[in-house]
Design a protein around this ligand. Structure first.
Ligand code: NDP
Ligand SMILES: N[C@@H](CC=O)C(=O)O
Ligand code: NA
Length: 440
């Protein structure tokens, strides 16, 4: 028996998905039982790397998601609408869903999973985080017995590609972004990549799996890479760091924890996306180009790191087709599929998120000051006034006739650090503070 697929989208990932399914030799034999029944696109006249008959190809995506012959709808159009409505309509018609769409899942996952559970269908999303890297299924299955302490990683290929080339070639931001778009890594609107929003969508998904509670996207502190300058990359390098866009979700202890939410979820999480100075000795420092890596720490496992290509046609399609295969395997072995406890979403409450001021971390800060005696002393005093202790403070050189001073702090609460910066901004000698970055 063939399992019939309705493919929504035949772009970078849709094309890779069709190519795997149409070239099944030497792959899992169950692939031969998959049939791409219909394909939905926006423009019928576009040249395609994979050809489908006029009967299969349509711009009427609604007709695909309600087609009674289709078993699995594979949503690869991206964006919020019509993706959300098409997924919900497909579920209401009893279709299983495979999607790579982290934007729709991180915003409407609650609605989608509730609908899927009510209908007894699966929603699979391995491709939505880390592209081809298996990380969703391991979190749901292989790591499920661990108490997860933290999930952190490089989960946007476009920004890692940009930062890597800025660092290794001194390349210009705009040129490298254009290359990432040409290679099919970037989102349709690359703002989502560059401003950290794509990584925020992904860490929301990872955290909800790791910490068994839903995450509100607006609770995630999010900074992108626009403010990372060539100067900071060079200074970080001299200090023994590499700058990476990290997404971090971590249990955070608090002196005044709120009552734990029902359902056994973790009490408070710190969850954030921002450029970070990563010590060169750290495993995440050597993840370059479009590669992603996700470091999970749990008890009793300890640390485990998932590494691989985080974007691109073939790698992402590998994850999409593996999800399709998992559903096909379930359909083959169970006549009445019931929600599999390890594959379906079972939590309904929201995780409590700690405010950023409570975060304890190190900071890197670059100051431009008048080149007058005692400036470094004034900076040290203001930091000291707010309990911020310094790991290093160096005058790097001169820029535009101003002294350039770089400070790295010891661990400090973000609230205290920001209070110190507010005081420092008032100092006559301080002209500007071009960069403030957190240090891992
Ligand atoms: N590219 C990557 O490396 C990765 C992408 N993803 C995710 O995969 C999904 C797809 O991304 P990608 O393949 O790069 O996107 P593309 O822009 O390359 O492809 C989108 C496809 O969807 C079709 N489409 C878009 N909107 C509509 C619409 N309203 N009606 C009909 N068809 C539509 C387009 O049709 P047409 O061809 O006619 O224009 C195109 O075939 C996104 O959710 C993305 O976030 C996830 C991991 C990695
Ligand atoms: N635009 C995304 C694609 C994969 O999710 C990225 O660059 O990581
Ligand atoms: Na993945």
């Amino acid at each position: 028996m063939a399992y019939k697929l309705g493919l929504l989208g035949l772009g970078t990932v849709g094309t890779g998905t069709a190519q795997i399914i149409l070239d099944s030799l030497g792959r899992h034999p169950l692939l031969q039982e998959l049939e791409i029944h219909r394909v939905g696109v926006r423009n019928l006249d576009k040249p395609r790397q994979v050809t489908f008959s006029a009967d299969q190809l349509t711009t009427d995506l609604e007709s695909i998601v309600i087609d009674p012959d289709i078993d699995i709808v594979v949503e690869l159009i991206g964006g919020l609408e019509p993706a959300r409505s098409l997924i919900l309509t497909a579920i209401s018609h009893g279709k299983h869903i495979v999607t790579a769409n982290k934007a729709v899942i991180s915003r409407y996952g609650n609605e989608i999973f509730d609908a899927a559970n009510a209908k007894g269908v699966y929603v699979m999303l391995e491709a939505a985080v880390g592209g081809g890297i298996p990380v969703i299924q391991p979190l749901k299955e292989s790591l499920g017995v661990n108490r997860i302490q933290s999930v952190m990683g490089i989960i946007n290929g476009t920004t890692n590609y940009i930062l890597t080339r800025m660092q290794t070639e001194g390349a210009d931001f705009a040129d490298v972004l254009a290359d990432a778009q040409r290679l099919g890594y970037a989102e349709a609107d690359p703002t989502a990549d560059v401003d950290g929003l794509d990584a925020a969508d992904k860490i929301a998904i990872l955290a909800s799996l790791a910490f068994a509670g839903r995450i509100k996207l607006e609770d995630i502190h999010c900074e992108g890479i626009r403010q990372v300058s060539a100067a900071d990359i060079a200074y970080a390098e001299k200090l023994g760091f590499t700058i990476k866009l990290l997404a971090i979700a971590k249990r955070q202890s608090s002196t005044t924890p709120p009552a734990p939410p029902p359902g056994g979820a973790v009490d408070r999480l710190s969850i954030r996306v921002h450029p970070t100075l990563v010590p060169k000795t750290h495993p995440l420092a050597s993840i370059n180009g479009v590669y992603n890596a996700i470091l999970v720490e749990g008890e009793p496992l300890g640390q485990v790191m998932f590494y691989g290509p985080g974007a691109g046609s073939g790698p992402t399609a590998s994850a999409v087709v593996s999800d399709i295969l998992t559903i096909a395997a379930i359909l083959k072995t169970e006549t009445e599929p019931i929600p599999h406890p390890l594959l379906s979403c079972t939590h309904q409450h929201y995780c409590a998120i700690a405010p950023m001021e409570e975060l304890v971390t190190r900071f890197y800060t670059r100051f431009l000051t008048n080149d007058t005696p005692g400036v470094i002393g004034h900076l040290g005093t203001s930091f000291g006034n707010h309990g911020v202790s310094l790991e290093s403070i160096v005058q790097i050189g001169m820029r535009d006739n101003q002294a350039e001073i770089v400070v790295v702090t010891h661990d400090v609460s973000e609230g205290n650090f920001l209070n110190a910066l507010a005081e420092i901004r008032q100092l006559d000698a301080v002209m500007s503070i071009p960069s403030v970055l957190r240090v891992l």
